[in-house]
Write a protein that binds this ligand. Sequence first.
Ligand code: HEC
Ligand code: HEC
Ligand code: HEC
Ligand code: HEC
Length: 382
Amino acid sequence: MARFVLATRRFAWPLALAMSTLLAGCERPPITATQNGWRGTGMDQIGNPRTAAVVALANTLPEAVPPIPDGGPKAKEVFKNVQVLGDLSVGQFTRTMLAITAWVAPKEGCTYCHAAGDDLSVDKLYTKKVARQMLTMTRSINNDWSSHVGATGATCYTCHRGQPVPAQLWFTNPGPKHAGGASADPAGQNYPAPLANLSSLPYDPLTLLLTKPGQMVRVNSTTALPEGNPRNIKQAEVTYALMTHMSQSLGVNCTFCHNTRAFGNWAESPPQRMTAFQGLSMVRTLNADHLVPLTDTFPANRRGPAGDAPKVHCGTCHQGVSKPLYGAPMAKDFPAMGTVKAAPTAAADKPAGDAPPAAATAAVGTEAVKPVAQKVADNRKP
Ligand code: HEC
Ligand code: HEC
Ligand code: HEC
Ligand code: HEC
């Protein structure tokens, strides 16, 4: 007995150490689980009130901008150089300037975009030129992408949260320097990728999948044997890196959008996957049409290591929650930010088999969604 106690004592510390190392990867309770799929499918969302509190802090609402009576002449009749907001009344225009100052540069004020001492119509600072493009972009988000942002919509605050540079954005990642030769090429992975939750998945999935309309995420075969499917394991890894980024950005698990029994199957996926699908198309368009064209407008210190413009990803708006700012309607009181309307109901046409719902093809602002077979065929062409 004494011997046993001695032996236990001797191993107690190493054992405790080993256990604590093992458990360090686990999260401290309390853990919550919310079911969002059929019973028995394990489609739970795992949460933790402690981490939720941190996320809540990043998602506080802006102070209200008091309304200003409408009417009076149009801005373009009064001001000299309004290219986007010309049709607003002078009252609405002024309110918009006040609002964007509060949303983007509250500390810096008007002079963040209008050089002190200059006439307000002069386009001298790069920030004013960028802001004009941002106005066009925000209008397009609300006017053309109701399939994603619905009636909630977005304003400058959705991304900026009271600072000139949004907390989350991304650049093309050229990766670490390495010696030459084929064997030395890490093929974009095996370095902890912050975009992919510090996994060793490819560290730059976004350049491949979020910069141009039509980029292909799907890798699964839709037949029992992968006949004719040219997608390979490398491409699957890029898809998984993107999916990890999406989960992380929204603070959700894969099961928020998938029944993991069959990742590719649309019929078994929760409706959120359809919203996410539209989100992917939207983000590609925002980057291609609004951020990338600003490359030369941004000064060098705002560009990435490869000289590219800062770009938008899911986290730029979502910042850790499945609906940015917990779904607070952002745009409805700001006609200058475009017109919001409720999203078309994706539930109306539940898809059959693996095809995305018809709504994906019909919805406004969507890149054409070809049947999987057609996409696979296209992909074979050089
Ligand atoms: C984040 C950048 C930004 C901030 C901050 C900002 N503005 Fe502007 N301002 C713009 C842009 C962009 C335009 C041009 C809009 C267009 O082309 O439709 C503009 C145009 C104007 C004009 C029209 C000038 C003319 O004759 O063409 C006035 C007046 C103005 N701003 C006033 C203000 C005031 C006052 C503030 C501070 C309360 C302010 N702005 C803060 C970006 C900004
Ligand atoms: C979808 C997200 C998104 C929305 C909405 C958005 N922005 Fe931006 N904005 C960005 C990103 C990303 C950048 C790049 C940050 C940087 O300059 O490094 C940026 C940059 C800017 C800059 C340059 C800041 C700097 O110091 O370099 C200004 C000014 C700006 N935005 C104004 C606005 C205004 C005004 C609106 C609303 C009309 C708006 N943004 C809406 C994402 C957004
Ligand atoms: C916010 C919703 C969302 C989350 C969270 C999400 N996915 Fe996806 N996933 C999608 C969408 C949308 C597509 C289809 C994209 C397309 O067709 O262009 C997709 C496609 C996929 C595919 C490819 C399916 C095919 O047809 O080849 C795989 C594999 C996948 N997801 C795995 C995952 C994994 C693993 C996770 C968790 C790390 C995850 N997803 C999290 C929305 C999501
Ligand atoms: C311009 C800002 C913006 C960007 C960028 C953005 N989203 Fe969203 N997203 C929203 C808004 C706003 C809503 C809320 C829509 C509503 O209330 O109907 C939303 C809702 C969603 C939902 C539905 C959540 C729910 O609880 O039903 C999913 C899923 C989603 N987004 C996924 C994505 C993914 C994935 C990306 C990146 C590919 C992305 N979003 C990029 C603004 C954005």
